[in-house]
Design a protein around this ligand. Sequence first.
Ligand code: IMO
Ligand code: MG
Length: 454
Amino acid sequence: MTVTIVGAQLGDEGKGGIVDLFGEPADVVARYQGGDNAGHTVVHEGTEYKLSLIPSGVVRGKIGVLGNGCVVNPRTLFDELDALGERGLEPDVRVARRAHIIFPYHRVLDGIEEDVKSESDQEVGTTGRGIGPTYEDKMGRRGIRAGDLANPEALREQLEYTVPQKRALAEQVYGVSVGEEFDIDALYEEYREYGERLESEGMLVEAGNFLAARLDAGENIVFEGAQGTMIDIDHGNYPYVTSSNPTAGGAAPGTGLSPRVVGDGDVVGIVKAYLSRVGSGPMPTELAGVEGDTPGYEGDADPDDEELAEYIRDAGGEYGTVTGRPRRVGWLDMPILRHATRASGFTGLAVNHIDTLAGLDELFVGHAYEVDGEERLTVPATTERWANCEPVFKEFDPWPEADWNAVASEGYEALPENARTYLEYISDELGVPIYAVGIGPGRDESIVLEHPFE
Ligand code: IMO
Ligand code: MG
């Protein structure tokens, strides 16, 4: 059986914690897209693990697979593996031979393009991890894959084809002089060694076959989505997106299993009880703003909104796991969730951060949008039109702080009544049952209403 975990909003919905919660009966946790742009936090026995590439289930002894749809930075991979090893874990991670490799020049080019775009305020606010340039090379049929690292001749040949192009792009198109990130010999030596290590440690797999064999043997697999629906390359807010498909459809091509396998299992949408966004792009329900990220924002918000945004940011720990920068925050946006539910076909929802909203003086949800004098319930396809949407708010009665440990042990009925009303509104609007409610970062700080593997 499979369970696919998908971010329903803009990333950072708390997917790592839910993978951890629902992943207990799983044998394998496989990522199907993205790379070390993700930031997944898992708290295990009081220790916090921050992972950007390795599937979070690995912390609990599951086999982690980086599927062919991922882009893998071997430096990050081995840094994370070594760090887990130093903390006494024995991580078992497999990498698809078909997964594309992030090279240092991809990161440099990511930065250069963002710099150039920023001159006309068009930067995406990427994580700078080289994600976009690596997927570009994949689609351009000039990428280098994990399997190639273990084949020195193929690696050398491909570097000799690709690197001069990248150098010319940096130097001749962008006028930036580059260094060892574009040095074929240095790259060859370093990446050949990664290939040796991947091979000698038995980490390289034909992921589709590997996963299919596990399923045939009756094992459970979690497909761990990174990022979120509104930063999906197809269904997100283009061009302020990442370069892969975090929506559930991505789990099939990104693992080598069929859409029937994914669709036969549960697809759980992970929802943050409010909204956060890293980087640029519209956010109709945003409170105040973050300079440099919120389009046109210069610190000129209503002081009450500013205070509320700061309160939520601090209470929810809304600072990037990868980059440390403050996240933009706002009220829950239902058009986003309707869009996500349609695109991924959620069978259940996990709503996180119900505790973060406790004790507010006022509470709103963006129920719909108003644009060009009309009300609409879903997200428009163009950035310009989305940016013109004004939220139509629905007010809810806030709930008070609670003894969340007690709530966690007593279950759903112990939640403050107003929190249950809020949750039931979300579930009714989307026509999807709630599987879990998050009331804190730890695995024990969740209420499970329905466990997809049980
Ligand atoms: P997790 O898995 C939130 C955002 C970046 C930027 C855009 C493109 O922790 O939810 P990229 O480096 O991917 O080319 O950046 O996507 N972004 C995320 N935002 N959570 C993430 O991952 C993100 N990964 C990328 O901020 O706006
Ligand atoms: Mg994150």
